[in-house]
Design a protein around this ligand. Sequence first.
Ligand code: NCD
Length: 306
Amino acid sequence: MEFKRRDIISIKDFTRKEIDYILETAETMEPLAKTSSNILHGKMLATLFFEPSTRTRLSFEAAMHKLGGSAIGFAEPGMASVKKGENLADTIRVVENYADIIALRHPLEGAARLAAEFAQIPIINAGSGAEEHPTQALLDLYTILKEKDQIDGLNIALTGDLRYGRTVHSLAYALSLYDVKLHLISPELLQMRREVLDTVKAKIQVVEKKGLDGILSEIDVLYMTRIQKERFADMAEYAKVKGAYKIDCNVLNNVKKDLVIMHPLPRIDEIANEVDATPHARYFQQVWNGIVMRMALLALIMGATG
Ligand code: NCD
């Protein structure tokens, strides 16, 4: 297995063995995340975010600092030369002079792949339009593994916007490498993107449903998502599906005692605040796991682990 200088563009580029190794590496980062280390001293991460973000960008930067490296970048493309018409390829060819690795978020699908073709340094896809978000999927897997001890054998429900939500695309691909039963819960308008569904269905058992009624009692992991308003071409369509799912304490009456509820965040109204105090809520734990996972990825790509 070789991770050094590798790009992370799609979760599909990784085997189960490689993903399991990444998950093991993340575990070794836990103590370093609580203190700090010097293993990436002198290394520079550039975060180029052409779309809004809180967690992903800050956690990449925090991860780099905790490893003793530094971070530069922009989160407001309106303030960068892109605004003057600079194309992505030129931006990448400039930034690679300043940095050793780039984390890129872009509204266009395929943007990360394109950037990797131009770049001499590794590119991490931190979200490519509605397509994929591979590092989120890895931290989601890490969360499931930590909470449940193993991923195989679980009933996992991905709920909400399965059409435009990039986190569920990457997560579904990743879960198809494990022996899980996948429940895909969405309104018809937001059904799982066809190419993802076809790939995943060929590997594991998949059930598609419009509601959680009747299945919630058998679910081990409930993964909620936000309806991705900004990706709708037509706001009338958004109005039809807005607020389609809402988890509150009432809904949780008949669930497994150890049901784990996850969400990549930000949440809008799909999980009521009262759920935060229940033992099911793990979405803030995911945020911590995001730091640990991104430390693992940076260290692996920079060749700084065992
Ligand atoms: C997600 C994203 O950007 O795709 N956020 C994240 O990275 N944690 C989810 C979302 O925006 O709904």
